[in-house]
Design a protein around this ligand. Structure first.
Ligand SMILES: Cc1cc2nc3c(=O)[nH]c(=O)nc-3n(C[C@H](O)[C@H](O)[C@H](O)COP(=O)(O)OP(=O)(O)OC[C@H]3O[C@@H](n4cnc5c(N)ncnc54)[C@H](O)[C@@H]3O)c2cc1C
Length: 670
């Protein structure tokens, strides 16, 4: 009998569960397994809770999300067939408020509610559970938050609510965590608390999720300043406007198609949006690639990354110098193919593509481009990174005018689609080649300096260009600006501060002006590293030396340390071959762990889960062989494989994150 525990059963835990059942169904030895599953909430949905409002949307089109493996997944173990989200949607009725009843025609390229997606995940859990073979016994512990994990010499003890459960193998898939406030945040919190004596409507929100709770106390008399204009902000806007009875309507025939008008309910607060860049994320274009269509890298290939690594002393790459030029070539390739196809015809685009691929230098490629494309229409990375022209910075009024035009042009491109719009084609490359980008970054693949640059400079730009909200959200933002509900014209470098004398928050704009607010929301979902994670489980694991923060040199990009099999590395640097961690817990050691699996794309989530479970099944088979070889005898059973030998570790014994603080890493999801 082998005992397995999964701690956390959101999408990642579900992938592990799926792999265990798939392997067990194919295990001819039918070695008996006991599976203990723990989650602090219900099984399946994770952060896509089923009780949230239907105005909060998943950020990925329906046809590009699944919980099941397919033939493209390499090294993920046996297949277990199951429906992708869109298939489930068209054949099932969910229990969420906006769930369609019976078999319905669905929009496969539409964005559905997270509650409905959570319902799918809940269904997936039941589906996989029913497929468990008889030699697998499953013990369910939902609404059970695990508080401790301890090595007991012969195995792990998983504890919650004063009860301990022994396991030979443990998977940590605890996902999104809450953050311990920093010293500065605590100071701000106490100042705001003191200020409430004078101004009872003062409110500071540092943890925006669940959104419903975060802004439930806000009324139409309030002014809400929102810091950051990423995905979380679009959730907040929906919560503060359409969820309060406001409605977005088409503008009518006099306005361009896609232009919306906002009809207020009267319950909206006034909303001030500001960000370091002064810019919102760009809109996700209409999907023209179907389920499986993906740009395949021509320049930044896996083989090229390996070649570069082999040729680099020490093996650590410089992203800016070695990876960016190749990535830009791929973006150019996609851009000019789309441009020439739209402006001329497919044949012209194909001929150009051949020439572009054959050109042997950047200068030769530029000559080709100059021959076919006027300067003003050429792709410019610099212009994408910094689209704000000097004239827009002359005054707040001019910035506002420019921003509205910029947002509308973005909507127009998004309406064209991710193949027909040259610029959206180019930006989509950043999503489509993400696995290659990962291969350059994962497991300290970059130099320490380059890793800092990547997270501080490149990541926010990548998120802005490629991982924005559905285009409808930008259309709605424009309508809210037109209706005077939202101001987003604070310009680059705007910041929010607390003015103790005035007893309110102040948003300072680029030009030295300011506006007051009585509510401040920091709109980013936190991704705390292990030392700032509020969960008792993580704090105990750190203290016991079971986990250690991942370091690239003196830089801690976040997350705990795992090896390539996703086995957790302890404080003594020993690999613990009976303990695995997957998902956001390892964000830092791995890159972009918070993305839902995509069908037909050799999803990293599936590969990682399959590899980890495959290793466990090998260990189980090996133990069975050892047991069979042992002569029957009395006495103690043989010890289990190596556990952590690490001593208890004081919290402050870890190297602190060096250098600049991590950038606002608004949760971007593809
Ligand atoms: C608001 C929001 C929206 C998102 N939207 C998208 C999207 O549109 N598309 C996309 O690709 N990605 C999206 N993401 C990214 C998200 O990371 C993934 O979609 C996915 O949910 C990650 O799954 P997970 O299992 O790693 O984490 P989670 O979804 O956080 O699940 C972790 C589970 O572990 C449980 N748990 C935690 N600690 C314990 C404990 N100590 N004991 C027992 N159980 C525990 C939790 O209760 C939870 O059920 C979004 C993330 C957020 C926060």
């Amino acid at each position: 009998m082998h005992k397995i525990a999964i701690i956390g059963l959101g999408p990642r835990g579900l992938s592990v569960f799926d792999r265990i059942i798939a392997y067990a169904r194919n295990d001819t030895s039918a070695s008996p397994l006991e599976l203990y599953i723990f989650d602090g909430k219900e099984f399946g949905p994770g952060c896509h809770t089923t009780d949230q409002g239907s105005h909060l949307l998943v950020n990925t089109v329906a046809c590009q999300m699944t919980q099941f493996s397919d033939d493209t997944v390499r090294g993920g173990g046996p297949l277990l067939y199951g429906p992708a989200f869109a298939d489930w949607l068209s054949s099932k009725s969910g229990s969420a408020p906006d769930a369609p009843a019976g078999r319905v025609d669905i929009d496969r390229n539409g964005y559905y509610s997270r509650a409905l997606f959570g319902d799918y995940l809940r269904w997936c859990f039941d589906y996989v559970k029913k497929l468990a073979p008889p030699h697998v016994t499953i013990y369910l512990h939902n609404f059970s938050t695990v508080e401790d994990l301890e090595w007991k010499g012969g195995g792990w003890q998983v504890s919650y609510d004063g009860q301990g459960y022994l396991a030979d193998f443990v998977f940590l898939t605890t996902g999104h965590a809450r953050k311990v406030p920093t010293e500065r945040e605590r100071e701000l919190m106490s100042k705001v608390e003191a200020g409430r004596m004078r101004n009872p409507r003062l409110q500071l929100v540092l943890e925006p999720y669940p959104i419903r709770n975060a802004v439930s106390g806000v009324t139409e008399r309030d002014t809400v300043a929102i810091e950051g204009i990423g995905l979380t902000t679009f959730d907040l806007l929906a919560q503060l406007t359409s969820a309060r009875g406001g409605a977005f309507e088409p503008c009518g025939k006099t306005e361009p198609a896609g232009r919306l008008r906002y009809r207020p309910s009267g319950k909206e607060p006034r909303i001030l949006l500001y960000a370091r860049s002064g810019l919102p994320l760009t809109a996700r274009a209409a999907n023209q690639k179907g389920v499986f269509g993906q740009y395949k890298a021509k320049f930044l290939t896996l083989a090229k990354v390996e070649e570069l690594r082999a040729a680099t002393p020490g093996g650590q790459l410089d992203f800016q110098r070695q990876i960016m030029p190749l990535l830009l070539c791929d973006m150019q390739f996609a851009y000019y193919f789309s441009y020439l196809h739209q402006r001329h015809d497919r044949l012209t685009a194909l001929v150009f593509s051949n020439e572009f691929l054959a050109a042997d230098s950047a200068a030769a490629r530029q000559t080709l481009i100059d021959k076919r494309v006027p300067r003003r229409d050429q792709l410019s990375w610099e212009a994408m990174v910094n689209p704000v022209p000097a004239r827009a910075l002359q005054s707040r009024r001019q910035y506002d005018d420019w921003l509205r035009g910029y947002l509308w042009r973005d909507v127009e491109q998004a309406l064209l689609g991710n193949l027909n719009s040259p610029v959206k084609s180019a930006c989509d490359v950043l999503r489509d080649v993400r696995d290659v980008i990962r291969s350059a970054i994962d497991f300290a693949g970059l130099t320490e300096e380059s890793h800092r640059w990547l997270l501080g400079e490149f990541l926010p730009i990548m998120n802005r260009l490629a991982v924005g909200p559905p285009k409808e959200r930008i259309q709605q933002l424009l309508a809210l600006m037109d209706a005077g509900v939202v101001s987003a014209d604070f310009g680059p470098g705007a910041r929010g501060v607390y003015d103790e004398d005035a007893g309110c928050f102040v948003v300072r704009d680029h030009w030295g002006g300011s506006e007051q607010a009585n509510v401040l929301v920091r709109a980013r979902a936190s991704l705390p590293g292990p030392l700032e994670d509020r969960s008792p489980l993580m704090r105990k694991m750190v203290k016991r030396g079971i986990v250690k923060p991942f370091m690239n040199g003196a830089f801690h990009p976040g997350g705990i340390t795992v090896d390539r099999n996703m086995n957790v590395v302890g404080a003594d640097s020993a690999v613990q071959d009976t303990l695995w961690a997957l998902g956001t817990l390892v964000e830092g050691c791995k890159f972009y762990t918070f993305v839902l699996p995509r069908p037909g794309a050799n999803s990293t989530t599936m590969v990682d889960a399959g590899r980890a479970v495959g290793r466990m099944m090998e260990a189980i088979a090996q133990r069975d062989r050892q047991d069979e070889a042992l002569p029957a005898m009395d006495g103690p059973a043989p010890a289990l494989a190596a556990g952590p030998a690490a001593p208890a570790c004081a919290f402050d014994a870890w190297p602190q994150q060096a250098g600049a603080p991590l950038p606002a890493n608004d949760l971007a999801a593809a």
